[in-house]
Design a protein around this ligand. Structure first.
Ligand SMILES: [Zn+2]
Length: 194
């Protein structure tokens, strides 16, 4: 429910929002007394989610849940209490939309969390879980890495730089990124997929 993920809720008035119980608890509970945690939320987005709840358009989950054949949500925590990822079946296998479980490829590849987080241990465990859920490390899509738009082909020429085909294999990772990963931290990500 961080502002950069929940901030356009009003653009989808008929949508049902799939939310972990713990995310609503996090955004409306005692941890919001701390500016250092609260700053990534916008109270108007939180209030909008509560209004959506009262319209019966929020679906709560506790842990892992299949939403439809080939689409499931998985609770990880770490970044926020209720951080969840989405796993989708595609023509190249199971793809995990990691969202803020790993902002950039480098976070999970070098074992260095993005420094907005609720629980560092769950963040580390979350990378392992992503590796288990995905068919390979090339099937995990970080939530905020501009590289994704370079590695994957655009949906159409008009959507170049906006929307990419994650169901197709990515281009090879640039050498600079591979170098950073190999000189980085514990390579948890790689171990988990081996
Ligand atoms: Zn976030």
């Amino acid at each position: 429910m961080h502002f950069d993920h929940a901030g356009t809720l009003d653009d989808f008035p008929n949508a049902r929002v799939h939310l972990q119980d713990l995310e609503m608890q996090f955004a409306t509970g005692r941890h919001m007394l701390h500016q250092g945690i609260r700053f990534a939320f916008n109270v108007e987005d939180v209030v909008a989610m509560v209004r959506r709840l009262y319209q019966e358009k929020v679906v709560f989950h506790e842990g892992d849940q299949q939403l439809a054949p080939g689409v499931s949500v998985h609770h990880l925590g770490g970044h926020t209490m209720g951080m969840q990822v989405v796993r989708v079946w595609t023509q190249r296998g199971w793809v995990v939309l990691a969202s803020d479980a790993s902002h950039f490829y480098a976070n999970m590849q070098t074992g260095r969390p993005f420094p907005v987080l609720y629980n560092v241990a769950d963040m580390f465990a979350g990378w392992r879980r992503c590796a288990e859920l995905a068919d390979s490390d090339e099937h995990i899509i970080p939530g905020h890495d501009p590289l994704t738009l370079q590695l994957y082909p655009a949906v159409s020429p008009e959507l170049e730089g906006i929307a990419a085909r994650l169901d197709l294999p990515p281009a090879p990772m640039p050498e600079s990124v591979v170098d950073a990963a190999s000189t980085g931290g514990s390579m948890l990500f790689k171990q988990a997929s081996e």
